[in-house]
Design a protein around this ligand. Structure first.
Ligand SMILES: NC(=O)c1ccc[n+]([C@@H]2O[C@H](COP(=O)([O-])OP(=O)(O)OC[C@H]3O[C@@H](n4cnc5c(N)ncnc54)[C@H](O)[C@@H]3O)[C@@H](O)[C@H]2O)c1
Ligand SMILES: [Fe+2]
Length: 406
């Protein structure tokens, strides 16, 4: 990256870092189960809520306990179940129509990151009925809160229940973009591991490695605090010890509970300390090819960590020590490589491929430009890379390309 752009990125990141203590971060109020939602709605004076979810979860009957609890409390409950994995602006507009048709006064997002992000964007649309979703993309463009938002995660991955972010796809350009605003942090989060028991092995694996990616990217970045580093370390420990367990036995409630906690902590960490190029590249793939977010991240993470080189030896050594792969005496380069190798081993044990099938040579230039725009100047990555340098990551991770771009 040229020195002027690099200097601009670092100054921009420094500004956000310096402002961190005065920014209005908050945590959602935790609720133990969906049964508690009607009582909260009554306290808020709300008589009807919209559940935002996806078709698969609805078909599995995952919304029924909430719908029954609402009916018992005499509250109205309608549902929007059209959320796509990699949710689109059209999904948000359809949810908005359902919200209005149901005369709703609150939103309950029930599902993975896709449903939660769709609900967050709906909240922004309701706060600013005359503004488009695209018009609120980027950083701190919303401020106004919109109706009460409950997040009920059913994957242990995105941590969206704790973050300022909503990630949406523009269906026309297939561009995946991020809205970051404090008003998007949910008011309540139902962290109930029983809701994740039915998550199939592929999604258990890939969403769990998404959480790992959040924890690692936040930890190695340049805008960490003592608190975010502690959350990241705890998340890495929990995922390292429990993800393969949850993958092997999906009914293991203890492992599921620890994964849900880890995903939450990793979300708390990265929403303050940011992600990095793994996410910037993964979002470009999710928008263009519909690559599942967790799959893209889990495959890309080792490639991006190696591309950062010596800049991440020290923080990766600390993570390696935290999970017992190294000790104080181990050379940082050796410890870092052990940590990356352990991520690759976890991927293998979780049935995650080494490379991504979707990436096509002819798309790399456009995709890397999108990743550059997302990552720079916002993400305080350990080593800055521009679009040209990012192209090598796509080529390295592409199944058909043998590490070359053409
Ligand atoms: N806002 C944030 O902070 C943030 C952070 C990371 C990722 N994201 C975004 O979140 C999205 C991905 O979310 P995700 O990884 O949670 O996946 P998802 O919400 O797309 O769900 C993946 C699949 O799993 C199914 N599923 C979910 N829970 C289930 C359960 N308990 N039982 C059975 N099936 C279940 C869903 O129906 C869906 O088919 C991406 O768009 C990504 O960009 C957002
Ligand atoms: Fe993510």
């Amino acid at each position: 990256m040229n020195v002027f752009k690099a200097a601009f990125c670092r100054v921009y990141q420094f500004g956000f870092r310096a402002a961190m203590p005065i920014l209005p971060y908050r945590e959602p109020e935790p609720l133990p189960s969906v049964e508690r939602i009607p009582q909260k709605l009554r306290e808020l004076g709300v008589s009807a809520a919209l559940v935002v979810t996806d078709g698969g979860l609805r078909a599995l009957g995952m919304t029924v306990p909430l719908e029954q609890a609402m009916a018992r409390a005499g509250l109205a409950c309608s549902a929007y179940d059209g959320t796509a994995a990699n949710p689109t602006i059209a999904n948000v507009e359809a949810a908005l129509a359902a919200y209005r048709a149901g005369n709703c006064g609150a939103i309950v997002a029930l599902g993975g990151g896709s449903s939660i992000d769709c609900a967050k964007a709906l909240r922004a649309r309701l706060a600013w009925p005359k503004r488009s979703v695209k018009g609120m993309a980027g950083n701190l463009r919303i401020w106004r809160k919109g109706p009460p938002l409950f997040a009920v995660p059913t994957t242990a991955g995105t941590g969206s229940e704790a973050t300022v972010a909503a990630v949406l796809v523009d269906g026309e350009t297939r561009h995946k973009f991020v809205m970051n605003d404090f008003s998007l942090i949910p008011d309540y989060a139902v962290l109930d591991p029983a809701l994740t028991l039915g998550l199939p092995p592929f999604y258990t694996a890939t969403t769990g490695m998404d959480a790992m990616t959040h924890a690692v990217e936040a930890y190695i970045g340049r805008s960490t605090t003592k608190q975010t580093r502690a959350w990241s370390v705890e998340a890495v420990r929990l995922i390292h010890a429990n993800l393969e367990r949850a993958y092997r036995d999906g009914r293991d409630l203890e492992a599921r509970g620890r994964m849900l906690r880890a995903a939450y902590l990793a979300g708390m960490s990265f929403t303050r300390s940011y992600v990095g190029y793994v996410h910037a590249v993964a979002h470009s793939l999710g928008g263009w090819y519909d690559t599942p977010h967790g799959l893209a991240n889990s495959v890309l993470l080792p490639y991006v960590l190696r591309a950062y080189g010596a800049r991440v030896y020290r923080p990766l050594k600390e993570l390696a020590v935290a999970i017992g792969l190294a000790d104080a005496e181990t050379e940082p380069a050796v410890a870092a490589e052990r940590f990356i190798c352990r991520l690759e081993e976890m991927n293998r044990n979780l049935g995650i491929p080494e490379k991504l099938r979707d990436i096509r040579a002819g798309d790399i230039e456009m995709l890397s430009r999108r990743a550059d725009r997302e990552g720079n100047p916002l993400y305080p990555v350990p080593r800055l890379m521009d679009a040209r340098e990012l192209r090598q990551i796509y080529a390295a991770a592409a199944e058909h390309l043998d590490g070359k771009e053409h």
